[in-house]
Design a protein around this ligand. Sequence first.
Ligand code: ADP
Ligand code: ZN
Length: 523
Amino acid sequence: MPTITPSLEILRHTFGYEQFRAPQEEVIATLMSGQDALVLMPTGGGKSLCYQIPAIARPGAGVVISPLIALMEDQVNALRQAGVAAAALNSSIQPREIRETEEALRSGQLDLLYIAPERLLQDRTLRLLQQCQINLFAIDEAHCVSQWGHDFRPEYLQLKVLHERFPAIPRIALTATADPKTRLEIIERLGLQRARIFTRSFDRPNIRYHIHSSSQGARNALLRFIRDRHDGEAGIVYCLSRKRVEEIAAWLQTEGLDALPYHAGLSADERRRHQQRFQRDESVIIVATIAFGMGIDKPNVRFVAHLNLPKSIEAYYQETGRAGRDGLPAEAWMHYGLQDVVQLRQMIQQSEADQQRKQMEGQKLDAMLALCETTQCRRQTLLSYFGETLALPCGNCDNCLTPPATWDATVAAQKALSAVHRTGQRFGVQYLVDVLLARDDPRIQQWGHHQLRVYGIGKELSANAWRALFRHLLLRGLVEVDSEGHGGLRLSPLSRPILRGEQTLTLRQHENTQSQKKEKVQE
Ligand code: ADP
Ligand code: ZN
C-alpha cells in the first residue's frame, strides 16, 4: 500500500482531492527539500497547489507574489474556507487589517501570505519578512518579467532581491506561458539557474478543434452544431458584445435550447443564478462575453463555441480549454467573419496603447489568424505557438479529419487589389465587391468608377466568394484597414509582388467560395 505522505494528507483533507496531478507531487517534494522550481503549466493545470501544500506543510509561512489583486482575494477566501490561515497585503486592504496580518505573520500563525510585487519590494516589507519565518517564495505569473510579453511588470525585474536577501529560502516561479524565449528570460531575470524545471504539455488531446469562416450564417451553423453533435449537453458560447450575447441566448431559447446569458451588464444576482444553473445542471448552455470563465470549474463542458475571433491564441487556448476538463471527448468550435478582423484591427489601431504595444497586439492577432487560415493540423499549429512540438498531425481536428481543399487565388487577388488601387484606396469591402461585379449602384456612378477597367471584371466569382477573398487579403496583410476607422481598404507593401505576378496566392477553399453557384442562382 502506498504510504500517505504529509502532502497527500493535506491534498485530501484540506483540499478534498484524491490524487495529485502530474507534476504536482514532484514540485512539492522539490520545494520541501529546499530546492528552487520553475513550473510551466497551462491555465487550469493546478499550479496553485504546488506552492500552497508545501507552504502549509512546513513551519512558517509561504509568501506568494501575485500581480492580480482580484485573483489574490479569491484565493485567500477559498483557502480560508478550507481552514488555511491565509491573508493578503495589497493596496486595497485597510491599515487595520494590514497590522493584523503583519502581527499574524510575526507570531507564526500564517500559512500563506499573498502580496503584490510593489508592496513586497518596499524596504519596510522586506525588513518585516526578514524578521519572520518564511518557508518559500512563490512568484506567480512569472512571465511578467518578460519585457516582450504582454503582461510586463517592471517591478518583477526587481524580484531578484529575494534571491539576494533570502538565499536559503526556496523559490518557485509559475507561469502558463511556455515559449522557450520567455522561459530563458524568467530563469535569467529571477536568478533561477539552479531551479528544477517542470513542464506539462499544453496539449488537450480530447478537445477536437474546428474553425470556420464566412461572412454570414454563423447562427444557423451554431444551431446545427449544437443539435447534431451536442444535443442535451453543457456548453459555452462566446460572443464579443453584451448585445450579441442577449440576442443569441434569446434566439437559442426560442429554438428550444436551455440557454442563459452571462455578461457584466447583468445584475450580480442574475449572474450568480445563471452560473449556478450552469455549474449544477447537465445541459445548460451559457452564452457569454469573455467575462465568463474565471473561476469556473465544471468538468463536463462538452463544447465551447466562439461566434467571434478571439484576439490572440492565448485567449483562444484559455477559452477553449474550459471544454472537456474531465478528459472525455469535447469540441472547440469557432465561426468568424471578415467583420471580426476589421473590428479587431481597428480596436488595436484606435486604442490608447503605445506604438510598441499596438504592434505586439497586431502580431498576436496575426498569429490567431494564421491558426484560422492554416491548412495544416490545428493542434500542431497551436502547440508550436506555445513552443511545443507535436511530431505527427493529431487526427482530431477539422484539418486532419477533412483536409481542406485549396485553390489558386492569384488572379482573383490581382483583380481585388487592382480594384482597391483604382478606386483610390478608401472604399470598404462591400463597395469594392459591387465594383468588381458591376452592380448598379448610384455611388459607383457618382464616383465615375463604372468607367474603370476593374468595373465588372470579377463576374466569375460570387459576392460571397469575393468577400471571402478580401478577408484572406486582410488576414495575410495584403491589404490594410485605414486608420480613420471607416473600414476603407488600402494596399500594403506585401501586395506588390502579387500585383506584379511575382508571387502566387494559394488559399483555403471556404464553403462560400465553393458555393458560388448556389448563390448565383438565388441572385
Ligand atoms: P492554474 O493556477 O494552473 O491555472 P489552479 O491551481 O487554479 O490552476 O487549478 C485549477 C483547478 O484544478 C482548481 O479548481 C483546482 O482546485 C483543481 N485542481 C488542482 N489540483 C487538483 C488535483 N490534484 N485534483 C483535482 N483537482 C485539482
Ligand atoms: Zn490535427
